[in-house]
Design a protein around this ligand. Structure first.
Ligand code: PA5
Length: 427
């Protein structure tokens, strides 16, 4: 792997010996997850990303993305949760901006919808609606509005500008695409939303944004190969899972994922969804949140330094280096002369080191994931590392990593308020 897990900032709070003992005590369940034995066929699709390296669907996705890039000024990704966060995390960091990518269907704000329609105007556009279960209200209804917008501007040709990524079966997007006559891509049956970034769900939008999807797949495949073969006690995915739960038992109830590049905040949002929906099921689980430093050092950083000792942090040391950018002396004295001639990147390194040491020495356990330069390969690797480690962590706290039954509670109320007809069983 190109990244590595550094535990020096957590060792004052949880020793290597404690981590080893926790791993030994749970070796059976951890091995079953690491070998895939504990994952049922309905959820196993994300576990072996190497298979995409030879899947002809990836060639088809690349060809489709190339056509969209040649024809469109705007691409609207309509989806929510696992259907958009993975792609958004890569696009916002690595996209080339040739095609403007808009996100819709993740809220029901009429104001946001108006804004999206105004941004589209009469510009050449493609719409990609992504839904594993085409019953989710937010993307479903926004897709209808965008379809109507395309139909009113393009007429019959609207269908050529729509791509649906969804499941097969009654009432699902495959049936819709056949009736409507637009392009269909499969949302694999055996992959849940938040595990779907390395599949047509994430790969098409990422490719439309001009990012090479092959190294993303290769990065995930490399992580898969290494992590599956690694001995349990030194396996970083296992150690991270074990250590964070030992810290939870010691009162560290919140985990803050820290990124040092503003655009990586979208990766952090993918991460918070992954952990929140995977583990948040038994009232005895870590609350995942995220911060971007330096900005959040001047906000929530105060609480982390001196607030209640219930926060642990995971620093993602991954950056876009620009060694050519150095600080030039100023003719007007401004008090920053001590920075003259330094590389600009040294400032970010200094903030990183300063925050890790200030927090780790003062009551906040700090994991560090050292990833180096941000690249498509690193994204692939991090996606796989966190998906695997998150499932291992869920196993340790005794919850099923897959599904998100708690989300149904708000949906039930919303459907009642909106008077959605209830389907009789068997109809
Ligand atoms: O991770 C998940 O499975 C969820 O976040 C889903 O992706 C989200 O609820 C959207 O579901 P759907 O794609 O069915 O609209």
């Amino acid at each position: 792997m190109i990244s590595s897990l550094n535990l020096s900032g957590v060792q004052p709070y949880v020793s290597s010996e404690e981590i080893r003992r926790a791993i030994d005590a749970n070796a059976g369940v951890l091995n079953r997850m690491l070998s895939g034995e504990a994952i049922g066929p309905a959820d196993r699709g994300w576990f072996s990303p190497h298979r995409w390296q030879t899947d002809p669907l990836v060639d088809q996705i690349e060809a489709l993305a190339e056509k969209i890039r040649a024809e469109a000024e705007v691409f609207v990704l309509v989806g929510i949760g696992g259907s958009n966060r993975g792609a958004q995390s890569v696009i916002e960091s690595l996209g080339d901006g040739k095609v403007e990518i808009l996100y819709a269907g993740d809220n029901v704000s009429s104001h946001a919808l108006q804004k999206t329609l105004a941004q589209l105007g009469s510009r050449p556009v493609y719409v990609n609606v992504i839904a594993k279960d085409f019953n989710t209200l937010e993307p479903g209804i926004v897709f209808r509005v965008l379809r109507q917008h395309l139909e009113s501007t393009l007429g019959e040709a609207a269908r050529e500008r729509i791509i649906v990524t969804g499941s097969q079966g009654d009432g699902q997007l495959h049936a819709f695409s056949q009736a409507y006559g637009c392009t269909y891509l499969p949302f694999p049956d055996d992959i849940g939303g938040r595990f779907s970034v390395i599949s047509p769900v994430g790969l098409l939008p990422i490719a439309v944004a001009g990012v090479d999807i092959r190294p993303i797949i290769a990065g995930a495949a490399a992580a898969e190969q290494e992590l599956k073969a690694w001995a349990l006690e030194t396996n970083p995915a296992v150690m991270y899972a074990a250590a964070r739960n030992l810290l939870y038992e010691k009162g560290f109830l919140i985990e803050n994922l820290v990124v040092m590049e503003p655009s990586l905040f979208y990766f952090a949002r993918w991460w918070t969804q992954l952990y929140g929906e995977t583990e948040g099921k038994n009232q005895r689980c870590i609350f995942p949140t995220a911060s971007t430093y330096s900005e959040d050092l001047h906000a929530i950083g105060q609480y982390i330094q001196e607030g209640k000792r219930m926060v642990m942090e995971t620093f993602l040391a991954a950056r876009f280096p620009h060694p050519e950018q150095s600080i030039q002396p100023s003719a007007a004295a401004d008090g920053f002369e001590y920075l003259d001639h330094k590389a600009y990147d040294d400032l970010n390194t200094a903030v990183y080191q300063a925050a890790v040491s200030a927090h780790a020495q003062d009551g906040v356990p700090c994991f560090q994931i050292e990833g180096g330069e941000v690249s498509p390969q690193l994204f692939g690797e991090l996606f796989y590392f966190f998906m695997l480690s998150c499932c291992l962590s869920a196993t340790l706290i005794g919850v099923n990593p897959f599904g998100q039954p708690g989300v149904e509670a708000y949906k039930r109320n919303m459907y009642r308020i909106l008077e959605k007809p209830v389907k009789e069983p068997g109809l």
